[in-house]
Design a protein around this ligand. Sequence first.
Ligand SMILES: Nc1ncnc2c1ncn2[C@@H]1O[C@H](COP(=O)(O)OP(=O)(O)OP(=O)(O)O)[C@@H](O)[C@H]1O
Ligand SMILES: [Mg+2]
Length: 335
Amino acid sequence: MQDEKKKVLLSIRDEKQYFPVKKSSFREKQKYVKANDGISLDIYEGETLGLVGESGCGKSTFGRTILQLYPQTDGEILYEQDGEMVSLKDQPPEKMRELRRQLQLIFQDPYSSLNPRMTAGQIIGEGLTAHGVYKKGDPALREYVLDVMKKCGLDSYMFSRYPHQFSGGQRQRIGIARSLALKPRFVVCDEAVSALDVSIQSQILNLLSDLKEQEHLTYLFITHDLSVVKYISDRIGVMYLGNLVELAPTEELFERTLHPYTRALLSAIPTTEADADKRERILLEGDIPSPVNPPSGCKFHTRCYQCREKCKQEVPVFEDKGKGHWVACHYPMEE
Ligand SMILES: Nc1ncnc2c1ncn2[C@@H]1O[C@H](COP(=O)(O)OP(=O)(O)OP(=O)(O)O)[C@@H](O)[C@H]1O
Ligand SMILES: [Mg+2]
């Protein structure tokens, strides 16, 4: 894809999401979990953007904040609609309903996100009736739901079955069908395959990529499993403690890793033996610091094996080093 041809679908500027921490006494100063602490990036139409990082670094919060499931603490989230960039913040309810249809979430856990008292057909059709696309009981709704089910690899006899009658992989297909039935433009897949067996994972990943082509979707694909995003993403963003530390086209990220944290993450992926000789396993020491009181300067400095004095004091700027390769590090690693 040429740069000038890329169309920006979402433009996120300095997005912050701070959650208040419960105070232990009245006098105590209010503290916040800085789950997202100033994230800026563009998401291009038609791409799959992978988002990785250790548990608790703020990936789900980022996905949910884009979708306006939480009001953001600060920053702008702009969304392209009819050639204009509209701010998702402070939209009137009617407009927000329409936008919500276009911006969907596929959940992490197919076991808990499906209502056990509704059939697969009802679950998949629910959003369509809620958004007034079809009326309840309309035969055309049934036809449409059956069509979506087929696209998602679910047989028509499954229409009247309940979630407990499905396997984990099938349940995830129901979750996908439910989101896609609404014909969204942008879908956040939050750990969409993490709960599944490896063989089922690849089936679901194939389904997601096929659907993306057919339906012209754009994905934000969140996972803690780098081997999964490598397979599916056009670009990958790496998060640490509420911030993006590196962002690059997938191949570029693997070939020319600039951030010491990304290096450590990549070194932990199991690979073929030939590869393993070349790469040294980098083990990070220490625990992830608290997002309530993150370290000064570069937040990664307490665990960085390249840390120098400047890193403890100055916050590194997230900047483009060429070829769309962004990094926030005072001493990026180049070979
Ligand atoms: N609704 C909430 N209220 C308060 N704190 C929250 C809320 N949601 C998330 N957090 C906190 O924000 C931080 C980021 O959480 P988040 O779920 O976004 O991480 P994650 O990267 O998705 O982790 P995982 O890989 O485990 O899913 C964590 O410290 C978490 O405890
Ligand atoms: Mg999460």
